[in-house]
Structures are given as structure tokens and as C-alpha cells.
Design a protein around this ligand. Structure first.
Ligand SMILES: [Zn+2]
Length: 476
């Protein structure tokens, strides 16, 4: 603007100050301002010595203590105060170590604590009180802290200590101490301190509901199971964030005193008396996780090809090609259940369900978040995690297959991507683009056809007989 060097052009422009929005150019550094506006953003130094105690050693009264435990239950209550300095709400956190539980009432104004069940936390406080009698496990002690305004108390999430405080409260010995889902449903909900160990099967999407009084809540329904049954576990509001991080057939939950409702389905939920141990360090949890992996794989609508199990290159180049019959395969699998082997089968396809599965939009399938997905397309969006999932040809397309000695039922033969391509004469993506008339034509052409299938076999844990036969090549 000022081209001819007026004195003003040598000064940097400063933004105009308006009286309504003063800039904080008063000599304080941003760290100093943050210390006042958000005290929890500054590293905390204990103002006096705090003795670290296990939770069972905590007694009511004034005393500077700190304790460490895992979040075993959680609720959030918001307040309606308009005062900017006043607390916006508090979290009621049941903190549990291997000796006991204590309720921590954590007040906040600005800090978002974003807590999850099972997180390891450390609390510093100078006063503990007797709580109401409703506390879990009967201890009924609580401490109320407000770290944003009171620097004599503090709350911290501890990352990385995976092993610490994972043993459940009162853990004794295997079997005696736990209930199965089936026992819990029939008698257990009347037993005080009933404990059920379950594995996550699927995690549903977050849903919003509004009750009669116009209060809206968020909920997530998690399907859980053990070796005796299945149930749904509904979690609300602040706990929904925990559920979103649980992994199907991996996350194991020990539920102490869950609420139970049985109608058509077994429904579990958490009450103020409930405790949740996420992935407790007990042998039963490892056992259940292994069981879950097997069961889920067996139930999977389309088990993935077992990568790295078979040396198919060696099998393809081998001079030693064995023609098996179904009877021989069955015998071989029983005699040498630990062996892995490959060979040929010469079979007739007696049943094909291409047209039927096309009508039902189930030509391709896979699973995501523990939920089966079907479509007549190579990809589908998972409704739960909202990620695209690659689908594979539905193994149920091939119904019964026979040879002169026996048969394999629907879904028992699992074809690799290449085997499907060889059987159908085109890629899966091309196949599902065909119209009904063309699909029917392929179905009729393949029905009662004799084909040679190159297979690979390996026993799956806990499986008797032949189990699944993995087909990696098809020749007419
Ligand atoms: Zn998903």
C-alpha cells in the first residue's frame, strides 16, 4: 500500500484491539496461563508425602495416601450449573486392585478423562469417607477429588503396565470360583457375588435412546458367550467407549454381580454393584479365549484360507500325486490325525445353490466385528465399524459332493480364490456381476460334472474325523 516509504510502512501491522476481546499480551507465558485456566495440563508435584497403600489398607478419615488399581465400574453424572468455575459433573469410578475396591468420585470442569473399564489408574487423596451401602463388594469406602481446583489430590491413567492388578478380587482356584453362563442363568443371579467369565463375540453399533422424561442415553449391545451359552451385555453412556475397544473372540470379561433379565434371550447388564475385570490374569481366561477362537472359526460363515499352513508350491510340483477317495481320506485323517497331507479327489458336484444364494443376496460373504456379512458383491460396508470388508465366495454355493466311496456335505469344501476362479471360469468379481440367466446357465453346466480337486488337509484342534478340506485347485 505505502509504496513511497512512509514511516508507517516500517512498523509491522498490529491487529486492532476491540474492547470485547482483549488479547492476553500481558507478559504471562502460555504455560503460566494454562496453569490457571487448566491446572490438570501441568505436571503434578505432590505438595506433601503420600503413602502408597493397597486398597484393603485404606481406612476412613484424613490421611495423605495414594493407591493404584483398575477401573472396574464407571458412571458419569453431569450437573447443570451455569457458573464457569463450578464442576460440570463427576465420574464415579470403582477402582479395584487385588485386595479390594474403593469408589472414587472424580469431579471435573474442563478435563475430559475418557476412561475405559480395565484401565490402570492412580489416585492421590487426603481424605476417605464411608460411602453409601450400595458400593460393590461391600467395602463402601469413597473419596471425592477435584484435581482441577484442589492441587492436594490427583488422578492419573497409567499406560503400559499390562500385568499389574489383573488378578480378580478373591481369586482362589480354578473351577470352584466361577459360574458358567448356563448356571448363572438358572441359579446364579440369586447367589451373592456370582461371577461369570465370558468372551466377547460381537460388539454392536452405538445407539441413542431417549426415555419418557426426555433424557437421551447412548447404549451398545455386546454379545458374549462361554462354552455353555450366549448372552447379550448392554452397556450405557460412559462405558460405551470401553465396549468399542473390545475385540471379538479375544477380549474376556469377568463379570461380578451382573444384572440378569431372561426373556427370549439372556440379557446381562451392569448395576452399581457390578464389577468388570477386562482380560483377568487367570488360567480360565486363557482357556476361554482359546475355546472362543476355535468356536468362532468353526462357526465362521467363510473361514479364511489358512495362510502358511500348507506348502502348496511343493505339492503342485510333486511327482508323488495321490488320488484319494472320500473313504480313504476319512481313514487317513483318523489314523494320522497329526499329519498334514495333500492329494487329489475326483468328485461329482451333486448340488449347487448359485441361483438360490443369488436371490438371497448371499453369493459372497465374510465376517467383521463378529457379525456375518453377505452380498452379491466383492465388498460390503460393515454396519458396526463402518469399514469396507472384502467378501469371498460363499462356500455354501457348493452343496453335496460325492465320489464312489462317500460324500462331503455343504460347506465342508473350502475353495481358495484361485480354485473358485478355475471352477467358475471367471473371477469372483466377474461372477457376481452376471445376471440371473447367466448364473443359472453356469449352475446347470457345473451340476453333475465330474471335476478333479487338489486338496490340502490338516486337523483343526478339537475336531474329529475329516473336518474341512481345503481345495486349492480345480480341473474339469
Ligand atoms: Zn466391522
Amino acid at each position: 500500500m505505502a509504496q513511497n516509504g512512509s514511516i508507517m510502512s516500517y512498523f509491522p501491522k498490529t491487529p486492532k484491539k476491540t474492547p470485547s476481546s482483549p488479547l492476553p499480551g500481558d507478559g504471562f507465558t502460555s504455560a503460566e496461563i494454562a496453569r490457571v485456566t487448566d491446572p490438570t495440563s501441568v505436571p503434578w508435584e505432590p505438595p506433601q508425602p503420600y503413602s502408597e497403600v493397597s486398597i484393603d489398607k485404606i481406612t476412613p478419615g484424613p490421611r495423605c495416601i495414594s493407591f493404584t488399581g483398575r477401573v472396574a465400574n464407571l458412571y458419569e453424572t453431569t450437573t447443570s450449573s451455569k457458573n464457569p468455575q463450578a464442576a460440570k459433573g463427576f465420574l464415579r469410578i470403582v477402582v479395584k486392585d487385588t485386595s479390594g475396591t474403593i469408589m472414587v468420585k472424580l469431579w471435573y470442569t474442563k478435563t475430559k478423562y475418557a476412561l475405559r473399564l480395565g484401565q490402570l489408574v492412580r489416585v492421590w487423596t487426603y481424605h476417605v469417607s464411608f460411602g453409601d451401602k450400595k458400593g460393590p463388594a461391600g467395602e463402601g469406602l469413597f473419596t471425592s477429588i477435584f484435581p482441577e481446583t484442589d492441587r492436594a489430590c490427583w488422578f492419573e491413567v497409567i499406560e503400559g503396565c499390562e500385568e499389574e492388578a489383573r488378578t480378580p478380587l478373591g481369586w482362589k482356584r480354578r473351577g470352584v470360583w466361577l459360574m458358567t453362563l448356563k448356571d448363572f442363568v438358572s441359579v446364579g443371579c440369586d447367589v451373592p457375588d456370582a461371577r461369570v467369565l465370558v468372551c466377547v463375540k460381537s460388539v454392536g453399533p452405538k445407539k441413542k435412546t431417549t426415555n419418557k422424561n426426555g433424557v437421551s442415553s447412548e447404549m451398545v449391545t455386546v454379545n458374549v458367550f462361554d462354552h455353555t451359552g450366549e448372552a447379550s451385555l448392554t452397556v450405557w453412556n460412559v462405558i460405551t467407549a470401553s465396549a468399542a475397544e473390545w475385540t471379538p473372540s479375544e477380549t474376556v470379561l469377568l463379570l461380578s454381580n451382573p444384572s440378569l433379565r431372561v426373556d427370549k434371550y439372556t440379557r446381562l447388564s451392569l448395576s452399581a454393584r457390578s464389577l468388570v475385570d477386562v482380560d483377568p490374569a487367570i488360567p480360565d481366561a486363557d482357556w476361554l479365549r482359546k475355546y472362543a477362537k476355535r468356536a468362532i472359526r468353526r462357526e465362521h460363515v467363510n473361514p479364511p484360507w489358512p495362510e502358511g499352513v500348507f506348502d502348496l508350491e511343493a505339492a503342485a510340483n510333486s511327482q508323488n500325486r495321490v488320488l484319494f477317495s472320500f473313504a480313504f481320506l476319512d481313514e487317513f485323517a483318523r489314523v494320522a490325525p497329526k499329519e498334514k497331507f495333500t492329494g487329489y479327489l475326483s468328485v461329482i458336484i451333486m448340488e449347487l445353490r448359485i441361483s438360490e444364494l443369488y436371490r438371497r443376496e448371499r453369493l459372497m460373504c465374510n465376517e467383521c466385528c463378529g457379525i456375518p456379512l453377505f452380498a452379491n458383491a466383492p465388498t460390503l460396508m460393515c454396519r458396526n465399524c463402518e469399514k469396507p470388508v472384502a467378501l469371498r465366495m460363499n462356500p455354501k454355493i457348493i452343496g453335496q459332493v460325492i465320489d464312489e466311496t462317500g460324500c462331503a456335505g455343504p460347506g465342508k469344501l473350502l475353495l481358495s480364490e484361485k480354485a473358485w476362479e478355475q471352477l467358475l471360469g471367471r473371477t469372483a468379481a466377474e461372477f457376481v456381476r452376471l445376471d440371473a440367466a447367466n448364473l443359472r446357465f453356469i449352475e446347470q453346466r457345473l451340476l453333475f460334472l465330474r471335476v478333479t480337486m487338489r486338496f490340502a488337509w490338516a486337523a483343526e484342534e478339537g475336531e474329529g474325523g475329516v473336518g474341512r478340506v481345503w481345495i486349492w485347485g480345480v480341473e474339469p
